[in-house]
Design a binder for this molecule. Sequence first.
Ligand SMILES: [Zn+2]
Length: 129
Amino acid sequence: MAEAPDNTEPRCPACGGRLGGFAPDDTVTGIRCTVCDWVGAVTTNHNRPTFDHTPYDVWVEWAGHDRGRIIAAVGNALCIGVKAARELLDAGSPVARGVQALEVRRLSEMFRGLGLCIRVSPEYRWPLG
Ligand SMILES: [Zn+2]
């Protein structure tokens, strides 16, 4: 008895190869052939931080760190000086307000380079770096 052909998967109309997608963070989304260069209906992938226009507030998490060191680090990182950084942290204020997703990622990378974590509100939907 011959094996039934596998009809459960969509196949490439050009070569019959298996169809695949694009990486989740690719600039486009759609289907394409994994064998030849056939590409199906492709649209811009809006599921990326570039298209996220949510304004985010960003705080530096400094619990457990030396306060003086954090103030100096934040003041340097944001080019606002120690005094402004101290006021910011003492007031529990965000270090950035209403910034876009890519700026959140940049801040996260910058503060992580300083050994600090950030807190983002509303909840950040993208991988942070
Ligand atoms: Zn193909």
